[in-house]
Ligand binder design. Sequence first.
Ligand code: AR6
Length: 178
Amino acid sequence: MSTSVSPAVRLVRGDITDQSVDVIVNAANSSLLGGGGVDGAIHRRGGPEILAACRELRASQYGKGLATGRAVATTAGRLAARWVIHTVGPVFSGAQDRSALLASCYRESLHLAAELGARSIAFPAISTGIYGWPMDDGARIAVRTVLAETVAPVEEVRFVLFDAHAYVEFEEVLAMRG
Ligand code: AR6
């Protein structure tokens, strides 16, 4: 009999570019050509190889850019990871429920990581910065989505939270198991 288990979830306070994991997830935009926040930090620290790979993806498969909720992998350049998975979170809207798109970012990234053979993956709190998503709801969607997935060989999912507020929100949600 085989048993299917969700990956172990860990919370870490810090900078995602410091993490030693197989996959670092980037909160990108659909251009895939860089930006601020996590995106800026990953390209700065990871070096030009990542941007070159992104440009190639744009030229070959994503002429119009990567759609919101989707995920795509590149080299991690100089980062201590094997791959960067770029995903495009939704911009928060009070008028329209875009939660399914945010959940899709986590789900697609996890499944792509599993396809690559990754055992560990680090996520930032996608959409909770420049894209304006409230941290409590962003944390709920992130934790629920990850706990609902079975994605062997991924064994560890690390949420890397930049500040104390984000850490506390994720801690609360995780204590309630989503
Ligand atoms: N490590 C971990 N978390 C971080 C880091 C870091 N180095 N830097 C910021 N955060 P954001 P978004 C936190 O804005 O909201 C870019 O321009 C931050 O405090 O990076 O999805 C892209 O190109 C927040 O909680 O991503 C897009 O245009 C969370 O990470 C747009 O921003 C996400 O913040 C995407 O916006």
